[in-house]
Design a protein around this ligand. Structure first.
Ligand code: TYD
Ligand code: MG
Length: 461
């Protein structure tokens, strides 16, 4: 029943979710321009109607002042999934009553990842709510993953009211919503995917998760600029934000923790998309380094860290004579400005003439590396291609390069060295400043400490 007089409109910033009675050119909250959109909302609807319980019982929690010392903590209940990558990223399994948001570009494999996990949790009654695909489509995907589970239930529905009715009947132990942008609450007038809808439906699901102690996963699309479509408030409302990323043209996918109330945000899970679903990658370094017999110039291996995990990646560079007036610089998986900076360092400190060369840089495997310790390998790959002189595949590098050509120390050097040793490398180049307080005698790999770019060059070529 809709009563016209109760309908009101408000303006919402599409970036941060700020609500205003009038239109603003610039958002007073986040400072973005032209982000206000008018949305229709209903006036003062008591929220308990939308609640999953649908009755008047008040929350069992009583609020009174309590001395912190009297608060009893108990270990969080966690559901361990057979997927160790997911467990790790969540900080050790799915926390009861937690609300987890998973973002990722369309087609990256979010639905596959959660369908697959739900199908593997044989003893957990799981409800998968899909607003995007039909039962047949999901069944086809499940067949492709080659897994079935008697405790797996499917609901293709987008109205939160109906969803909560069904949840009340089924009493699931885990709920997955694919995707939050398709849901709509009957208490809000605006279209699914709008700021006010996303905010309201998430709030309803949050209440459900907390009051019933059921974990809820929300799948969300991200926009071109990489943020989860919908307001930033969404990220504040949930306990954990995960991001699923990767290059569409490669099989590798990375699940990253952006925010986690129950664990570290430095965690990372790696998967490979196969013809039968996602496969956990337990030893990522081995696949990220291409197997090769012959020596190629322009290739250098970097000992990087992705979160808490050491990861050896291959850097490929191609330096050729420029045929046009302005030399080209292209980087895939590495920051272009950082590449330009390294080229300037080589030009100025090493006297190399990159100004007349086209430079192409690629990180193998389609992954993106943010760790500054990759600098040294990038620099050596560039030099190797410039000189057309191959670097032995038994050598790897870990160091940041400063503007004056100095090799700077990086964090967790021991872990990096240990990983390189484990993978059979014979030499690793690190910064001289990383030597302090570390006992290198325990390593069998030869550790070469260098202070400047010139030293590396002399040692290599
Ligand atoms: P999907 O999970 O639908 O992505 P999202 O939910 O993030 O939009 O996965 C999309 C892609 O994954 C699609 O291009 C097909 C591919 N895929 C495989 O390669 N192997 C598989 O087993 C499955 C299920 C999907
Ligand atoms: Mg999907």
């Amino acid at each position: 029943m809709k009563i016209m007089s109760k309908i009101r409109t408000a303006f919402f910033c599409q970036n941060c979710g700020y609500e205003s009675a009038k239109w603003n050119g610039k958002c007073p909250s986040c400072g973005e321009w032209n982000t206000f959109v008018e949305e229709r909302v209903l006036k003062d609807i008591p929220h308990k109607q939308a609640d999953w319980k649908n009755n008047d019982t008040t929350s069992p929690r009583t609020h009174k002042i309590i001395n912190l010392a009297e608060v009893v903590t108990k270990d969080e209940e966690r559901i361990l999934t057979p997927d160790n990558e997911l467990n790790r990223v969540l900080g050790g399994g799915i926390v009861a009553g937690s609300l987890v948001l998973v973002g990722g570009e369309p087609g990256i494999g979010k639905s596959t990842l959660f369908l697959q996990n739900a199908l593997q949790l044989k003893h957990i009654k799981t409800l998968y709510i899909s607003g995007e695909e039909s039962e047949q489509q999901i069944k086809m995907r499940a067949d492709r993953i080659q897994n079935s589970n008697e405790q797996f239930y499917l609901l293709t529905e987008t109205s939160t009211q109906t969803i909560f009715q069904e949840i009340k009947k089924l009493q699931p132990q885990l709920v997955i919503v694919d995707s939050i942008q398709t849901l709509h609450s009957p208490f809000i007038e605006s279209a699914p995917g709008s700021v006010s809808q996303i905010r309201e439906t998430t709030a309803e699901l949050q209440r459900f998760a907390k009051e019933s102690n059921t974990p809820v996963f929300l799948i969300g699309h991200i926009t071109k600029d990489g943020s989860i479509a919908g307001p930033k408030v969404l990220e504040h409302m949930v306990d954990t934000v995960l991001q699923f990323e990767g290059d569409q043209h490669y099989a590798y996918r990375i699940l990253r923790t952006i925010k986690n109330r129950f664990g570290s945000t430095a965690e990372l899970g790696i998967y490979e998309m196969t013809g039968t679903g996602l496969r956990q990658v337990t030893n990522p370094s081995e696949i990220l380094i291409s197997q090769r017999e012959d020596l190629l110039s322009g290739v250098a291996i970097a000992a990087t860290m992705e979160g808490m995990r050491p990861l050896l990646v291959e850097v490929q560079a191609l330096v050729t004579q420029s045929v046009y007036g302005t030399p080209q610089r292209t980087a895939t998986g590495f920051d272009l400005r950082r590449l330009q900076l390294l080229l300037a360092v080589l030009e100025k400190r090493g006297g190399f003439h990159f100004g007349v060369k086209d430079v192409f840089l690629n990180i193998a495997g389609g992954i993106r590396v943010e760790d500054p310790a990759i600098d040294l390998a990038v620099l050596c790959a560039l030099l190797s291609s410039y000189e057309d002189n191959a670097i032995s595949p038994k050598i790897c590098f870990s160091g940041e390069v400063g503007l004056s050509g100095e090799i700077r120390a990086v964090n967790r050097i021991e872990q990096r060295i240990a990983e390189a040793e484990k993978l059979g490398f014979e030499k690793i180049f690190i910064s001289r400043y990383n030597k302090k307080g570390i006992d290198f005698s325990k390593f069998h790999i030869e550790v070469i400490a260098v202070g400047r770019v010139e030293e590396v060059y002399q040692r290599l070529f």
